[in-house]
Design a protein around this ligand. Structure first.
Ligand SMILES: [Ca+2]
Length: 170
């Protein structure tokens, strides 16, 4: 019986030692920077946009278009993107995102509601040619810049920052 209990507790965190297995579930909930799946409250993001102004002179198309993004838990992010099977908390579409004036920042252009109040990441790109796909030369966010702590109850202001132009079609 004890063996079964330990096995059950160990399963979510196989790296933990057997000594701490009994309370592993509780440790995970309190230690994790983003327990988004357990967040009991909801919040929202109020979005503005900015890009690295030094990128603009080299762009073939001025930086204005529609922003497409995805909201995921920061805990599910790696330097190259989300882990496989990571829950998607929201798809974000913001029209008329115009950064042609020194890269912004823009005014608040959109809100994302009904998000868990936790550590989230908003990854996305500015679609310049209207094909809804990331193409070479379109502004993209990077995971390091994409993190935001969503507060409960009151809207959280967040500035989406494009630090890079996509080096390739994706
Ligand atoms: Ca595109």
């Amino acid at each position: 019986m004890l063996t079964l209990l330990l096995a059950a507790c160990l399963e979510p965190s196989p790296a933990d030692t057997a000594d701490s297995a009994v309370d592993t579930a509780f440790d995970t909930a309190t230690d994790a920077p983003a327990a988004c799946a357990d967040a009991a409250t909801t919040g929202s993001l109020a979005l503005s946009f900015r890009m690295e102004a030094d990128l603009i002179p080299g762009m073939a198309t001025p930086p204005a278009g529609t922003f497409y993004g995805a909201v995921l838990a920061t805990a599910d992010m790696t330097p190259t993107g989300p882990v496989a099977g990571a829950p998607l908390y929201a798809n974000v579409v913001v029209n008329d995102d115009d950064l042609t004036a020194q890269g912004g920042p823009t005014a608040m252009l959109g809100t994302v509601t009904d998000l868990p109040a936790c550590e989230l990441s908003l990854l996305g790109f500015l679609d310049l040619d209207g094909d809804t796909l990331v193409d070479r030369g379109e502004p993209v966010t990077l995971p390091d810049d994409a993190m935001v702590t969503v507060a409960a109850d009151a809207p959280t202001a967040y500035e989406v920052y494009f630090r890079l132009l996509s080096p390739r079609d994706q």
